[in-house]
Each structure stands twice: as C-alpha cells, then as structure tokens.
Design a protein around this ligand. Structure first.
Ligand code: SF4
Length: 315
C-alpha cells in the first residue's frame, strides 16, 4: 500500500460491486517497520482481542502498530449491521466474552498506552446493545492502568441509546466518540441501519449528562456528499456541543463496498478544517488519512490544552 499511483477516479453512482479504484498519490501509507508490528499482533491474538485496525482494513495500520497504538474492538469481530462503507464482517455474533474487559486492560498495560481507544461492533442482538461491556472495560482499565486515559467509540445503540449512554457516561470515559459518518442524505445507502438525528441526539445527550467528558465525531468524505452538506453536518455537531471533529477520505475496502465518488484533495481538507475551526470546534483533524483513532492520544492532549485556554479566556 506504499505505492503512489496516478489518480483515476471513476464517477459512478453510489452503487456497490464496481471495479477496484486506484488511489491518488496523496494517499500514501507507511509500511510496518521493526518488530513492534508483529508484537502488537501477537499480543492481540494471545488475549483473544479483535482490533478495528485489522477488521476495518485501516490504511494506517503500518504506522500505528509500529508505535504499538492499536484500537481494540470489543464484543467480538462480527457486526449485526451491514453498512456499505465498512469492512467488518456481518452475521450472528458469538456470546460476549466475560474475560474481554480484563484482557483489554492487560493489552493497555503491555502496550504501555497512555491513551486507549476502545470501539465495538454493533450488537443489536443484546438487550443493552453491549453498553455494559463498555462499562466493564472502562472499570477494568481504571483498576489496572489508572493513568491511561480512555476514549470510547460507540455504536448508536439503536432503540436503547438513553439507558446505554447513561450507563457509559456514569463510568466516566475521558472522551466519548460516536461517528456521524456521512451527511444525512446518504444514510439510506451508506448507513441504512442508522438514523442521522438519533446519532446526533446521542452525542448531545452525552454532553448534557456530563459536560466534562470530551465529545468527538467524524465523517468520511468522498462518498458523494456536497460541500454545503458537510458544512451543515458541522453546524449540527456544534449544536450538539461536539468538541472534536475528525474528517478523512473514504476508501473502498473491497469492490463489494460503496464506491469512492471523489478523492478529496489535501487542499480541500484544509479548507474544511478552516471552516470547522471557525464554527467553534475545540479541535479539528482533517486529512485524507485521518481516522477516528488516528493520533488519538496526541489529539487528546491538544484538546485538553484547547479547553484550558478557552476556560482561561472566559475567566
Ligand atoms: S488509525 Fe485507528 S484504526 Fe487505523 S490503524 Fe491507527 S489505531 Fe488502528
């Protein structure tokens, strides 16, 4: 994935199953270096943990795992939804692993993580959507690695979000992330099992219940969204008091997934970032390879600094 190739962008409707798309030369990923990559992989297998880095075929895995930064995906490796952008496998998941919370804490300790990102598949089959497993993971991390800051990236807990969010917020993660993923017009094709305004309300309710928790949300671009629709998503996030916006280029994991409609240039990402900052986000990360958990530890430190600066001005 290190090669630079000429941009050949097929303008196609948002259908699935079209040919493999070639990437422009600004989409460059780093190859894994040294032993850290294989050590991270071996640790995850030993602890029976899935990672979104592998399951979502993340382009940054070479860079992140070389630094031993891995994003753990709890509640198994099988999702009950089938979003058109996502490479995680769909099906009937296995029973929840009761050892998973302790294993996540062991992984954080062995990797020496100052900041951990924990996400999950959608578990519409569970009565609480998997919220109690998030709580157990946060508790295990606080017990075993109390100095590690915790960022969770949750699903939307469809039809059970109120109780789920209340339970998770009470466990006090440092950052609560939930991605809007795309503009509302594209939900029926890209994220058909979810509802845009339900996701927005989830973010809003995290902040309402505990304003000290940082909230974070992300969108992928290149799926056929219009610029003004993206600006509207930013406004919606700000109205829900979201602190941190991430924006990255959608990449088609396999020809069965939604096609890339456009490769957004680094300059256009820069323009989006400038608009987002003007709209009042504490922090904005926008670049072709930005992903929710990319550089999450460094960004958490920046977000804390930005909040302190803002509070100092207000005093
Ligand atoms: S950006 Fe996130 S998902 Fe991708 S490899 Fe890095 S930690 Fe894993």
């Amino acid at each position: 994935m290190n090669e630079a190739v000429a941009p050949i962008v097929s303008a196609s409707p948002n259908g699935l199953g079209e040919g493999k798309q070639r990437k422009p030369d600004w989409i460059r990923v780093k190859a894994p270096l040294g032993s850290a990559f294989s050590e991270t992989k071996a640790l995850m297998r030993r602890l029976n943990l899935a990672t979104v880095c592998e399951e979502a075929a993340c382009p940054n895995i070479g860079e992140c795992w070389t630094k031993k930064h891995a994003t753990v995906m709890i509640l198994g490796d099988t999702c009950t939804r089938a979003c058109a952008f996502c490479n995680v496998k769909t099906g009937m998941p296995r029973a929840v692993d009761p050892l998973e919370p302790e294993h996540v804490a062991v992984a954080a300790a062995e990797l020496g993580l100052e900041h951990i990102v924990v996400t999950s598949v959608d578990r519409d089959d569970l009565p609480d959507g998997g919220a109690s497993q998030f709580v157990k993971v946060i508790e295990a991390l606080r017990r075993n690695t109390p100095s590690t800051t915790i960022e969770i990236l949750t699903p939307d807990f469809r039809n059970k979000s109120q109780a789920a969010v209340e339970a998770i917020v009470a466990a006090r993660p440092d950052v609560y992330n939930h991605n809007l993923e795309t503009v509302p017009r594209l939900y029926p094709t890209i994220r058909p099992g979810a509802r845009y305004y339900a996701s927005l309300r989830l973010l809003e309710s995290v902040k309402r219940q505990d304003p000290t928790i940082f909230t974070k949300s992300g969108v992928m671009v290149g799926l056929g969204e219009q610029r003004l629709e993206v600006h509207q998503v930013m406004d919606d996030m700000r109205s829900a008091d979201v602190d941190f916006l991430t924006m990255g280029q959608y990449l088609q994991p396999t020809p069965r997934h939604a096609s890339v409609e456009e490769f957004v240039t680094p300059q256009a990402f820069g323009a989006y970032a400038a608009i987002a900052r003007a709209k009042g986000f504490l922090l904005v990360a926008a670049s072709p390879l930005t992903r929710s958990s990319y550089h999450a530890g460094d960004d958490f430190a920046k977000m804390k600094t930005a909040r302190e600066a803002k509070l100092a001005i207000a005093r």
